[in-house]
Design a protein around this ligand. Sequence first.
Ligand SMILES: [Zn+2]
Length: 454
Amino acid sequence: MAKTPSFSCSACGASHTRWSGRCDSCGEWNTIVQETPLSAGPAKKSLGGKRGQPIALSDLSTEETPPPRTLCGVEELDRVLGGGLVPASALLVGGDPGIGKSTLLLQAAARFARNGIKTIYVSGEEASAQVRMRARRLGLEESPVQLAAETNLRDILTTLEAKKPGLAIIDSIQTMWADNVDSAPGSVSQVRAAAHELTTFAKRHGVSIIMVGHVTKEGQIAGPRVVEHMVDTVLYFEGERGHQFRILRAVKNRFGPADEIGVFEMTGKGLAQVTNPSALFLSERGTPSPGSAVFAGIEGTRPVLVELQALVAPSPHSQPRRTVVGWDSGRLAMILAVLEARCGIPFAGLDVYLNVAGGLKIGEPAADLAVAAALLSAREDTALPADTVVFGEISLSGALRPAPQTENRLKEAQKLGFTSAIAPAGGKTGTVAGLTLTRPSDLVGFVGETFGAG
Ligand SMILES: [Zn+2]
């Protein structure tokens, strides 16, 4: 049988029958690469032909003891993991190159090792000397972490089997090379095969394995999304290189809540945890100015206050600009449309810029009302009242919906010294002392109350 060439997207892993410039599954350009198909092997018989082992079945009422977890002692990291590291779990930590993944994981490795977990750090990116140098810079050189610089997966697995560590860190999955797969390291099939081998190994031998995956821009190297479905937990390390804040976000977690975040600050001594992110995200806020609104959000299980900044200016272009950093651009278009259709406030002919301060990415619809507040404040050139937080979801009809965990948001605002809040009617507010609540039922009411007649 002749081998037919196959193509797959190195960003999302979708397979395609022929090459094209754009992947229609994830929309990325120039990410489709040809893959050498796996050797066909002996003709496959149906699985039922040979008898397998009967597997043990249990009923639904069987009590399951939760797996024992190990804490590393860095609260921000333990929380993102869902309350510590689960034995025999496979984790993926993705992020842009150079953002600090290796630094974070070396610090975590040192912590786990000090807490009595036998830890091996395998670097396929750097020589052992470089990792040791980093360890010295971070003041971790005395930690009992075992180090290796290797890319041959077979050798790595043999070593792990002999040394029996509790935790192995593989930096990075894109440099691993499985010799049973006939393609270059970093290709979709190599990355997949390596991740599969490592995940299976983790389950079979009770080793927790953390794999580092670089988010890549060009198509020759497969990105971490290709292996997301195989592992138990997927964490992404976000942040701008020029910014000192880093956010570790759980996008998938079989052993804990997804969407949990940990906030870190890049310091000369490595990454330091930030236990009060609200204070940090608001620290750059000056005197109240037009276009600024404070959103009381929830990230994972924790309330986080963050400043939204908008700029609205007459556009010299026939097609005005809509630029968003840290929020969904489709959602912004929707808010603008609702403001125009329901409140009669046009944004045509105006450039609109929206920015979430501090490099945080917000995914909550509850930010709608805060976005609308920032946009209107910028457009009317009127600062919102100081010490006010805003949150709530806007529907296409212009009605406002209460946000989940209203009480937690209000409590956080009060804790940080805010004295008033604008939140939709409905939703459990509890009793939060010292906070004046304004509760509009629709967007028109909100605009009238906050900006006068508009
Ligand atoms: Zn794709």
